[in-house]
Design a protein around this ligand. Sequence first.
Ligand code: FAD
Ligand code: SF4
Length: 321
Amino acid sequence: MKAFDYAIAENRAGALAALKREYKPKAGGIDLLDMLKERIEKSEKVVAIHQVKDLKGISEENGALMILPLTTLREIGESDVVKKKFAALSDSCLEAASPQIREVASAGGNLLQRPRCWYFRSQEFNCLKKGGGQCFAVDGENRYHAIFGEGPCHIVHPSNLAPAFVAGRGEVKAVNAAGEERVIKADDFFVMPDRSLYAENVLEDDELLTAISFPKLPERSAFVAIKEKQGFDWPIASCAAALVDGKWNVVLGHVAPKPWRAAAAEELLAGVKEVDNELATRAAEAAVKDAEPMSRNEWRVALAKASVRRALLKASGKEWI
Ligand SMILES: Cc1cc2nc3c(=O)[nH]c(=O)nc-3n(C[C@H](O)[C@H](O)[C@H](O)COP(=O)(O)OP(=O)(O)OC[C@H]3O[C@@H](n4cnc5c(N)ncnc54)[C@H](O)[C@@H]3O)c2cc1C
Ligand code: SF4
């Protein structure tokens, strides 16, 4: 592990002052410490923000849900309000990692975790995303890489929360070291590598995530993850489906560099509230029709398709396995 300066922020002002001095915020630290150990994260300054009290909690008011970013995956997954009002979000947390990790991992850190591409995570490979000259996944081991998107980097976004965040038409609030606040809609938060090769979202280094909110709760929703092993591991395909304001939002996870909105499936479902098996199957086919698998990951197209069908049936209260 590389040595780094360590500070503990007691409140939001302390955290922002540290960010201004180029400290990297640590919430649960699950990903950040990995990145430091792997020497991929180069920061020499870390500020722990876990003691900042007004960054933790869940509240529901006037049909809107607010999750503060230090709330853990366990707290969100087990929250009665979230279970009842936004099942996809609750399930996305309960399906992530292991009980021990969910106890520590925060919602904000989950959305902001870095990709798991094994070339990115290894010091041995100076790939495009780290400023090198090539993407090793193109001609290399790419079975867990993207089946959507045109590169030049072919990561899959690793977050379980991210598809539910996008399907629920969420937004985040961020504040920078100068105290300027902004709200970013989920659809604008994550970015493709052709727009931003080195970062997976638009949050600036001096910005602190201060809230994750859902202005209009879904009438129905579900999250389905398909994993290689059902113990702790990232899914190999997932889907969050949510009926918000009378419109289905169908978002694939773990198959593209960002949560992947299945626009063709959403179009097919226009005007429908409850999805039956026939429509779910057609929507699932539409969702993957533009998939462009790499040399070794075509097998994941069928899994992405299955996750869409299952999520729509589950959200509609039908038999889904
Ligand atoms: C074995 C294993 C299995 C896993 N399986 C899954 C899985 O199935 N699904 C899944 O989604 N994840 C999985 N994970 C990843 C894990 O859930 C994430 O690493 C974790 O959620 C990150 O949260 P954290 O609070 O620890 O973030 P940290 O590691 O503290 O931070 C992550 C990043 O976010 C930044 N950050 C954190 N909070 C803020 C904030 N408020 N404002 C600005 N920046 C901030 C940090 O600077 C850092 O860059 C797994 C991890 C392991 C080790
Ligand atoms: S997929 Fe992205 S992170 Fe992985 S090797 Fe290619 S450029 Fe690097």
